[in-house]
Design a protein around this ligand. Structure first.
Ligand SMILES: CC/C=C\CC/C=C/CC(=O)SCCNC(=O)CCNC(=O)[C@H](O)C(C)(C)COP(=O)(O)OP(=O)(O)OC[C@H]1O[C@@H](n2cnc3c(N)ncnc32)[C@H](O)[C@@H]1OP(=O)(O)O
Length: 302
């Protein structure tokens, strides 16, 4: 059953033709990608894609309220949208951002990892791997416009990008906080962080589950730029222009040179990584930690 969900999402989206606003995403109009008339949109309800063919740039906006958790559907739709952009030679760059105010992404969807079947966990983990691989090795220039808090899986998405712009708001912390939940960031999450901030900073951040506020995030290099909140998108567009000034083939080969060894480590042992995840997540103690954490989040309001 669980295996069919991804396939259903895939089929529904592959059949969806490129289309123009407001038909594709009812209720959304205007030059959201900053390109005026040329802006075209496609995507799915949870992963909006606004494209500016004249500039060769697209914006992927995550829209899975309330917290942009990365459910199986979001992961699947994200991969499909990315693949469409990769396959269309019009596009050379993509900005990844959020449509949920104040939240870039709350990370992996904890409800997908709690109280579900082994088959579901396996399908979910494969989808997490797939998104990471696609983003990490994308031929496009990928820039994160981080306009909200970005823990764990949200941070991972940012780390796969070529450049990170974070909005300057003390609430918008970013980091791999898995240990705070009583779980462990997998080796490829760890590798992505080490490749960004270096071994010592990564070791300390991972063990303590640190979530860095903007100034600290910039200091340790987990983000590349911190800008006033209303300038995140324009700053990302400026950075994009600089990266797009480099010839694609040279930049892509260099990116591949830097990243492929890390990606290959996962590719070579994808099934083993899934088995490890299954064993880990199915432990009673881990399920209990996740339930306690989810309950705490839910009770916060009450
Ligand atoms: C071998 C490897 C094994 C395992 C590796 C597994 C790796 C996991 C990586 C991850 O990404 S785990 C997820 C880590 N995420 C977090 O720790 C973030 C948790 N969320 C928050 O801290 C807060 O929700 C927020 C700061 C993002 C937003 O705060 P606020 O605006 O106050 O919203 P609420 O806290 O009230 O949340 C609203 C609603 O959303 C639910 N929710 C929050 N986060 C998640 C999540 N990650 N997955 C699923 N659901 C989430 C929360 O429970 C609330 O639900 P209600 O039913 O009460 O509405």
């Amino acid at each position: 059953m669980a295996l069919m969900v991804g396939a259903r999402v895939l089929a529904r989206n592959l059949l969806r033709p490129w289309s123009r606003l407001p038909d594709a995403v009812p209720g959304r109009t205007g030059p959201a990608a900053g390109g005026g008339d040329g802006v075209r949109c496609f995507g799915s309800p949870r992963v909006l894609v606004e494209t500016d063919p004249a500039k060769g740039v697209a914006v992927i906006k995550l829209k899975n309220p309330p917290v942009n958790s990365l459910s199986l559907e979001v992961l699947t739709e994200f991969v499909i949208s990315l693949e469409k952009l990769e396959n269309d030679k019009t596009f050379r760059g993509v900005i990844v951002t959020s449509d949920c105010p104040g939240i870039f992404s709350a990370g992996l969807d904890l409800t997908e990892m709690c109280g579900k079947s082994q088959a579901h966990y396996a399908e979910y983990w494969r989808a997490v791997q797939e998104l990471w691989l696609r983003l990490y090795l994308s031929n496009l220039v990928v820039i994160a416009a981080i306009n909200g808090v970005s823990p764990a899986g949200g941070c991972l998405i940012s780390l796969t990008c070529d450049y990170r712009v974070l909005a300057d708001n003390p609430k918008y912390s970013i980091g791999l906080n898995e240990t705070l939940l009583g779980i462990v960031a997998p080796s490829w999450f760890k590798d992505t962080l080490v490749n960004t901030v270096g071994h010592r900073t990564a070791e300390r951040a991972l063990q303590l589950g640190l979530l860095f506020p903007p100034a600290e995030a910039l200091r340790v290099g987990i983000v590349d730029q911190v800008v006033p909140e209303d300038q995140v998108h324009s700053a990302a567009l400026s950075v994009m222009a600089r990266w797009l000034a480099i010839p694609d083939h040279a930049r892509q080969l260099t990116k591949n040179l830097m990243r492929k060894p890390t990606a290959d480590r996962l590719v070579k042992q994808r099934d083993a990584d899934i088995q490890y995840f299954l064993q880990f997540i199915s432990r009673d103690s881990i399920q209990k930690s996740l339930r306690v954490y989810l309950d705490k989040l839910r009770q916060k309001k009450g």
